[in-house]
Design a protein around this ligand. Sequence first.
Ligand code: ZN
Length: 254
Amino acid sequence: MIDTHAHIYLEQFSQDLDEVVAYSRSVGVSHILMPNVDHSTIDEMMEVEEKYRGYCTAMMGLHPCSVKKDFEKTLYLVEEWLDKRPFVAVGEIGTDLYWDKSNFKYQQEAFSIQVKWANQKGIPVVIHCRDSIDETLDLLEPLVEANSSGVFHCFTGNKEQAERIISLGFKMGIGGVVTFKNASLDQTLKEISPEHLVLETDSPYLAPVPYRGKRNQPGYLVEILDKLAQVYDMGKEEVENITTRNSHDLFQIS
Ligand SMILES: [Zn+2]
């Protein structure tokens, strides 16, 4: 299994990251991908990548919740990093209409700029779109080129939105929400082939049942895999193989 989205460089892990990584390896997580948040998280993320080289891999991008009026300053830093060394993806980027709608126009601008950088570099984008899937698809569609790829992280949309994502050749990241009783995501997923999915935890957020409300960690990916195997009435190994292959193809990791 590959955890395609985990912020394990945040302070929630500062006391026990060795144990968290050891646990994750012990349950069969073979790789952890780390999306960046903003200027304040880059150093810690790079340190974690260095410490667990080949197991934890960094992305570079500016998260929509950190996009304010003065976003160009931070975006410049992101651009510098992207030019300095290779990254597995531009992320996480996107829009968020849940927390603060007043910065939406800056979020749109920062998103479009970062999608273009990913296109230029031929790497995927990792997209956050809380309460804004349609708005983000509207922004993304005209920017998609032949070599564009990416994932809608923490997908919680409907079948029509999934079809728009699939028609762009993009994937959907499935995490703890699929295990929540009040979420209808499992019903939607029954109509979407697992060929379009990758696994993620979004650690330390959105822990799956039976850990809901606690700190999430990459090792809990097991619960998400279990739930998907139930949803698709498939063996766990089969779902694991499909989603791992999807992650390899998307992020070009070996
Ligand atoms: Zn995230």
